[in-house]
Design a protein around this ligand. Sequence first.
Ligand SMILES: NC(=O)c1ccc[n+]([C@@H]2O[C@H](COP(=O)([O-])OP(=O)(O)OC[C@H]3O[C@@H](n4cnc5c(N)ncnc54)[C@H](OP(=O)(O)O)[C@@H]3O)[C@@H](O)[C@H]2O)c1
Length: 275
Amino acid sequence: MQSVRMTEELWQHLLSLREDSIDPVALPEDVDVSCLSLYRPLALRERPFALAQVGQSLDGRIATPAGDAQNVSGSDGIAHLHRCRALVDAVIVGVGTVVADNPSLSVRAVRGRSPVRVVVDCNGRMPERAKMLHDGGTPVLVMQADDASRRYDAHEVIRLPRQADGGLLPNDILTALAERDLATVLVEGGARTISRFVDAQLIDHLHVSVSPIIIGSGPAGIRLAPIERLSEARRPEVQIYNIGTDIVFDCNLRAEARQQTALPKREDILMANTA
Ligand SMILES: NC(=O)c1ccc[n+]([C@@H]2O[C@H](COP(=O)([O-])OP(=O)(O)OC[C@H]3O[C@@H](n4cnc5c(N)ncnc54)[C@H](OP(=O)(O)O)[C@@H]3O)[C@@H](O)[C@H]2O)c1
């Protein structure tokens, strides 16, 4: 497990990488840079990158059953989330999160610029009073199905084809963002939105930030199709970071997807062996 002790020096270095500076802020040789691996893929912007982040309790909950998700993460978990926001082009949430939390999705806990805000609101049910629609912050893009046609004054609505399951293809969402030069994204929640992106194999890294509290009941951060055997469970490459109040599991889902396509499926091997 590596320790993340973010200093002003390290953060300035990351921000200068993020700004495509040809002359990034140099780091003295004696600085411990081990924590940089957590943020460099976002800051370097070498290719499109999708990060998903879940802030959860020790027992895997992201909110109470009543939907209270404020302060699931400790102060360092929140700073980590805001660092991720500051390094991406756009942050994506589902409309369920807007209804439950009324978030602003801005960068406040650290220095840095706020990302464009994207709400996946297939049926146009975002409340008119949602804070982000009126706070004068960064642009809000609303992803709606092509047969839903609600307007949000002063904000862009992007209409995408509705699929047979009633939803939008996560790939269509990322393509629409890439067309607007928004190539690095943070999928911040909630569970249904993250799960759709994970299911579609579009997430490069998943940060699971675990805070030492026990909520006892309430929704989980990710909900995928049920499996019968643990041998079918996903086992991504994971780097673990102690960020202070919370522990971050940085899961490389892209490497896992590559392994899955490169290796024959376990069931195929078992069937071939017993044939
Ligand atoms: N601790 C954390 O890290 C964290 C972070 C964020 C949120 N939360 C919590 O998570 C809860 C909300 O999560 P949630 O799973 O209920 O809701 P959600 O993921 O925020 O929103 C789900 C809704 O968004 C729309 N949506 C998302 N992806 C879509 C797609 N690909 N196609 C079509 N529609 C799509 C759908 O709206 P329609 O139903 O209109 O079709 C869907 O029902 C809240 O309690 C919030 O506090 C926790």
